[in-house]
Design a protein around this ligand. Sequence first.
Ligand SMILES: O=P(O)(O)OC[C@@H](O)[C@@H](O)c1c[nH]c2ccccc12
Length: 235
Amino acid sequence: MSPSFHDALANAAAPLIAEIKPHSPKTGPLLAGRRVADIARDYAAAGVGCLSVTTGAWHGGDPAMIAEMAATGLPVLRKDFITSQRHLEESRAAGAAAVLLTCTLLRRADLVRLADAALCLGLTPFVEAASARELDGLSLPDGAILAINNRNIRGKETDDGGVEQSEELFSLARSRHAGLLVSASGFMKPSDVERAMAAGFDGVLVGTALLSGPDPVGMTVRRFLQATNSRAVPA
Ligand SMILES: O=P(O)(O)OC[C@@H](O)[C@@H](O)c1c[nH]c2ccccc12
């Protein structure tokens, strides 16, 4: 059996989740005529261990993209606004290994119920919080990943986001969840990734910057992968 998304990230040589997002609400179209399957192959060839894809209309996505990316053999996170058991089952049937659950969207009881249900289906819950308030009193099951979103999704992701958000919330996030902590979104350059890793995060998720750089995707990804080397040694 292939490892869970959680274990693939925990054991990755470089803990970067590389995302494909066809459209950014802030910067516009991101694929520039490239095919999703080809970009996913470029990510895999560069040494990425985990993939992510936005499947919602907001980002020009489609659930069929999950299978195109899973064809690389790497586990795929489905980023969409998941609110029901049916969405979880559809995600698994579409080939996802992990699902996004956002604190911004879900009531706390529903969030915890969906995280448990995802684990029962063999899916890793990737729980995103974007503020101290959303982390307050949060308690997640083992096997869940807690992510700090550096962008404001209430503002439809039209802000730049910033790694400061993750730096500020790291200690609180660690006190809420002993498992994997990821800093997600808004990384424009490898030095931002270095900052998140130095703050203590176990991994990062990058989308826009990998797709919109001036260089071929593989070259950009390698630079970001290298930046994950600055991981802080856990106390
Ligand atoms: O392109 P960026 O800034 O690297 O961000 C990626 C990703 O985290 C972002 O797309 C995202 C964060 N939360 C979401 C919820 C749904 C869909 C997408 C998202």
